[in-house]
Design a binder for this molecule. Structure first.
Ligand SMILES: *[C@@H]1O[C@H](CO)[C@@H](O)[C@H](O)[C@H]1NC(C)=O
Ligand SMILES: *[C@@H]1O[C@H](CO)[C@@H](O)[C@H](O)[C@H]1NC(C)=O
Length: 278
């Protein structure tokens, strides 16, 4: 049986997505319930958070809670302009979950974040999202865990000022695919992938598959980056996070924004419970 029918969304390239997960027969071991052709082994659990039917009167906390995802409230943190994560900036629009960053006036840049309550090692995470056209915002979709000596991360990040062009050689244009080992030497492995479409015009599927020492990054079912360096691949269980924020850093987010901007998430399809052999 082929999964993904519910991902048939206007503007999304669905053919590759539909073929990207196969559900095994009921007799297969539970850990092999979901098999992805590019990944050895399989996954036992799927949560599919489809926000396409939600409206502004729905409670984001209640709906996200059914998928074991929470809403962050912390800060301020960051330089040169501090930002804080404000629960009320996570709210439904018509057919999407919105993560809003407010226009900056003074104090902190009010930002938005959601995070899985559970932790897991290895996953396939597909987020269908539309970027804000407001500049100066980072839109993240990433694995994160603090470890004693720092943190480990796998990140897809869209920087809304430098989608297509950049005046700063430290911040080449495109979407960032980065594996971080924020311990000791702060090593990372990254690619910046030029956009072949306008991410603010429509929804697209951004997918990360993480297994063993491999991280594969996909857009609309096409692999756009692959990282296999063991020293920058997380080794521990951690959370998945989606956020939108700005620190006014001219070498990263740019901004802070002068208008409200909302990162729109239409769905999250998350596979966990990995086993390397089926
Ligand atoms: C990260 O870097 C530290 C220090 O260089 C190293 O000991 C460790 O093995 C690296 N890899 C991971 C996944 O932590
Ligand atoms: C941005 O990078 C430049 C060049 O490395 C550096 O001189 C400057 O201090 C950086 N700015 C900030 C705010 O970190």
């Amino acid at each position: 049986m082929v999964f993904g029918k519910s991902l048939v969304i206007a503007g999304l390239t669905v053919a590759a997505v539909e073929a990207s997960v196969l559900q095994q027969s009921a007799r297969a071991p539970a850990a092999c319930t979901y098999v992805i052709p590019e990944i050895p082994g399989g996954f036992s659990q799927r949560r599919f958070a489809d926000f396409s039917g939600n409206t502004p009167s729905d409670s984001a906390a209640t709906v996200l809670g059914t998928y074991n995802i929470g809403i962050s409230q912390y800060g301020p943190l960051g330089t040169p302009v501090p930002h804080d994560f404000v629960a009320s900036n996570v709210a439904f629009g018509n057919g999407y979950l919105g993560l809003k960053v407010n226009a900056y006036t003074s104090g902190s840049v009010h930002s938005a974040e959601i995070v899985t309550n559970d932790v897991f090692k290895y996953a396939s995470v597909r987020t269908v999202l539309k970027s804000t056209a407001v500049q100066g915002i980072v839109e993240g979709n990433f694995f994160y865990l603090d470890v004693a000596s720092g943190s480990q991360e796998i990140d897809f990040e869209i920087l809304t000022t430098t989608l297509f062009n950049s005046n700063n050689p430290l911040v080449p244009p495109g979407i960032w695919a980065t594996n971080h080992n924020n311990t000791g030497s702060e090593a990372n492995t990254f690619d910046t992938i030029p956009f072949t479409f306008d991410p603010t015009a429509d929804y697209h599927e951004y997918r990360i598959d993480w297994f063993g020492t491999t991280t594969n990054y996909y857009i609309d079912g096409t692999r756009v980056a692959q990282h296999t360096d063991p020293s920058t691949t997380p080794t521990v269980e951690g959370h998945w996070i989606w956020n939108a924020w700005s620190s006014g850093d001219p070498n990263w987010s740019m901004g802070p924004p002068t208008a409200d901007g909302t990162y729109q998430i239409r769905s999250i399809d998350l596979y966990t419970g990995y086993t390397s052999t089926c």
